[in-house]
Design a protein around this ligand. Structure first.
Ligand code: AMP
Length: 214
């Protein structure tokens, strides 16, 4: 299974990819998580990526492609993987096809912009294990504390109103054109991402792995 979870920032890509990966036991490859780990480690890549990320801009393709090429070269991806937040440009989509000979399905999570802004402004994340919460719809059991690992939850630097606005513009201008690329190849499936993540996960699992329906 070589699956891409696609959609604008705040569509729920990370939550849904995380649930599918737990269910299917294939790696969840999230370029945003990988970049944040590099920033935390203070690596050369992290230093080069950080300003783009905080401003809500895309990190240049060559840096992203090098990172993804390395990850896909590691062990554990033989049975497939779930890509989240990648590809985000046409050049990345084309390069990915060159690396792996194509993906099988691209799930596009459709969510209107006013709902994205609402979700992102209430999003809290665990800086340690990357668990994702939403203050209204998916709160932590103890406010501000990660259910999974007990770390103090934070708001992402790029979830500020200004960065969110920029990320939505960047999505419309640079990332949305990737949808046409996959639509032309017959790989795109669009889903209503405004329903709860559990319902979306069931839809995806039912459509791709009918025996896996719960
Ligand atoms: P995400 O966690 O997917 O929302 O990504 C957070 C930030 O990391 C984005 O706003 C970009 O600055 C950067 N980023 C993540 N994935 C990519 C990508 N495939 N191409 C370029 N920049 C990316």
């Amino acid at each position: 299974m070589r699956l891409v979870i696609f959609g604008p920032p705040g569509a729920g890509k990370g939550t849904i990819a995380g649930a599918l990966t737990a269910r299917w036991g294939i790696p969840h490859i999230a370029t945003g998580d990988m970049l944040r780990a590099q920033v935390r480690e203070g690596s050369e890549l992290g230093r080069r990526a950080q300003d783009y990320m905080n401003a809500g801009e895309l990190v240049p393709d060559d840096l992203i492609l090098e990172m993804v090429r390395q990850r896909l070269g590691e062990t554990g991806v033989g049975k497939g993987f779930i890509l989240d937040g990648f590809p985000r440009t046409l050049a990345q989509a084309q390069a990915l096809d060159g690396m792996i000979g194509g993906v099988e399905v691209v799930i596009d999570l459709e969510v209107p912009e006013h709902e994205l802004v609402r979700r992102l402004s209430g999003r809290r994340v665990c800086p340690q294990c990357e668990a994702i919460y939403q203050v209204d719809t998916m709160p932590a059991r103890t406010p501000g504390v990660c259910d999974r690992c007990g770390a103090q939850l934070v708001q992402r630097a790029d979830d500020t109103p200004e960065a969110v606005r920029n990320r939505l513009v960047v999505y419309r201008e640079q990332t949305a054109p990737v949808l046409a690329y996959y639509r032309e190849r017959g790989l795109l499936r669009s889903l209503d991402g405004t329903r709860g993540s559990a319902a979306v996960v069931e839809d995806i699992a039912g459509a791709l792995c009918p025996r896996d329906r719960q």
